[in-house]
Write a protein that binds this ligand. Sequence first.
Ligand code: ATP
Length: 289
Amino acid sequence: MYIKLFCPAKVNLFLEVLDKREDMYHNLDTVMQSVNLCDTVCVDVCQNDGAACNKITVRCDSDKVPDGKENIAYRAAELFLSSFDIRGYNIDITIEKKIPVQAGLAGGSADCAGVLTALERLFELKKEHERILTLAATLGADVPFCMKGGCAHAGGKGEKLSSLPSITPDYTFLVAKAGMGVSTGEAYSYMDGPRNKKSSEALVSHLRTGNISAMCFELYNAFERVVCPRRPMVELAKEVMNSSGALGSLMSGSGPSVFGIFAVTDDAEAAHEQLIKLGYDAHVCFALM
Ligand code: ATP
């Protein structure tokens, strides 16, 4: 029995880093939107006659992502099986990577969410969905959002989700990544000093009323001021998108990916062409419901 799922990337429409918690994570005020830039995750489950343990294999087509135990998808399967005391199965996971790696697009979290969703269906554990969401949060702060998809505000370390209306496919997204980002640890290390913190309230209110042009004025990522001066390709991607007619552009997560939102698809296509020529890994896509 197997299930094949498309696992979408997310972009942060808003990201403010709040106080540092006792568990060393930071509280966040963030709004995430999934886009149809997807990895494909195939999970094949078969009973392993007579065996008391499970055998999990993970293969990924990208040389930037490890196979086997080092892959975050392995941990998701292992955690699922041990939490529900499931034994004697072979679980084969195959990942086709399309989401740029280490890009602030939650690629690993998307694959984890795909594995949990596939196993929930294959083992018919839909009634345990809330418990599976709790497991998801232990794998990574973005994993619960990736299981839910669409658009949501997230508080806490990213796991306290409230649904919002998604941006409709009337708008086109362009997502572009070049080079390596600043490490997530380094990016967070600049966040604890005194500074004025922004709230997602205005952006959320424009999303609720569907005023996307106004929402684009409220796009904000606290990490930009740390990453942009150190990674000129981030600023350049924003410039290309803005000068091609984007309603707004922003770095996603701790970078280095940048996304733009366009009212005119041809404008997004023109910016896409320019960014590809400049060496970016760029993708035209849409928001998902
Ligand atoms: P986030 O936006 O959640 O911070 P990210 O886009 O910055 O995520 P990922 O693409 O999830 O980062 O990858 C982070 C690291 O995890 C990489 O070094 C990668 O080698 C490793 N990794 C392990 N498994 C996976 C996977 N299935 N997909 C992507 N990366 C994986």
